[in-house]
Design a protein around this ligand. Structure first.
Ligand code: 3HC
Length: 306
């Protein structure tokens, strides 16, 4: 059978039904990998248009995976894609899908009030055993779980994936002050069951990856602002001299310049000491690109044109 994960059957599977909120690139990617490894998934968003887009992302990514898996066999490729897609349900109902959920992964807009309000309503509708997680890249997990009941606070953690989700192996499992060790262990097993490599960290700004990556990108901007090197040469240097698959500007365009600005502005506003003095101070060059709507790959223009 064109199933995706016979290997998944021998690893521990701590959840059976997964509900993903937000059908953007991250949410769709998370729904995809969970479905690829045999979880029943519901992808939830505000309207059918967004869900159609999300299903489109999943289908085209699965086609890439299928082409590698079944190189010369078009019918096996189609069967694989259809089989995985059959495990991804979609819904525009904001709370109904959590009524029998084991794991919730939130990947909606990076706005603390909107996320808190979603978690508040999900907390009322979800069974006691349901584990809540957020894929936030820059908001404190402690502030998100504060919107839920005390019982849920032990069942709440960060679960941070990387773009492109189907390809990037890492997931950061973030333990907030109240997260139970049992929940950390279940999330670790979940990551392993979808063939990701989990790492663990406390609820600290940027977790591990963004805490290092974001100041690095901002330092690259400052270097270009000083006129010490060009955008292209900085990217070439980091690819060929440090082995990164993308240079900092290519990566910023890939992640989205609005996202980079959102993260740095948020940390900067909280006070310089939060991630280190001067590390995330605003950049005029970044601000100007964002103000002009040049947000990177998704708009066709950022540091580069696409
Ligand atoms: N779905 C499925 N597979 C995909 C994919 C997708 N959406 N995107 C890429 N791939 C696969 C390709 O099929 C290919 O597989 P193969 O090597 O087995 O044949 C492999 O990825 C490489 O893809 P390509 O050959 O098309 O292109 P590249 O070699 O240029 O790789 C890249 C593209 C994987 C994006 C690579 O450039 C890369 O790793 N870049 C760095 C990405 C990164 O650092 N991401 C983290 C960003 S930070 C973040 O997400 C945190 C957030 O909070 C801000």
């Amino acid at each position: 059978p064109a199933d995706s994960a016979p290997a998944g059957s021998e690893v521990e599977r701590p959840f059976s039904k997964v509900v993903v909120y937000g059908s953007g690139l991250m949410g769709s990617g998370i729904a995809q990998v969970a479905a690829q490894y045999n979880y029943q998934v519901t992808l939830v968003d505000l309207n059918q248009n967004m869900l159609d887009k999300g299903q489109g992302y999943i289908r085209s990514s699965l086609k890439r995976v299928a082409r590698k898996k079944f190189a010369d066999d078009a019918s096996q490729q189609t069967a694989f894609v259809d089989n995985v897609m059959s495990r991804v349900k979609v819904s525009t109902d904001p709370v109904k899908p959590v009524e029998d959920a084991d794991l919730v992964v939130e990947a909606i807009v990076e706005n603390i009030k909107v996320k808190q309000s979603l978690f508040r309503s999900l907390d009322e509708a979800a069974p006691q055993h349901t584990v809540f997680t957020s894929n936030t890249s820059s908001l404190p997990i402690g502030q998100l779980l504060a919107a839920t009941s005390d019982q849920r606070a032990t069942q709440f953690a960060g679960l941070h994936f990387f773009n492109p989700v189907p390809q990037m192996k890492l997931v950061e499992v973030v333990k907030a002050a109240t997260t139970s060790q049992q929940v950390v262990d279940s999330l670790t097993a979940f990551c392993q069951s979808i063939k990701k490599s989990p790492v663990h960290c406390n609820d600290t700004p940027g977790f591990i990856v963004n805490r290092l990556l974001v100041p690095y990108m901002m330092e690259a901007l400052r270097m270009v602002d000083r006129g010490d090197a060009s955008v292209r040469d900085v990217d070439t240097a980091m690819k060929l001299g440090a082995g990164y698959p993308m240079g900092p500007f290519e990566l910023a365009d890939y992640v989205g310049l609005d996202t980079l600005k959102f993260i740095t502005d948020g940390w900067y506003k909280e006070g310089e000491g939060l991630v280190g003095d001067g590390l995330v101070a605003p950049s005029k060059r970044l601000d100007a690109l964002v103000a002009a709507g040049n947000l990177g790959r998704k708009t066709g223009k950022g540091f580069y044109e696409y």
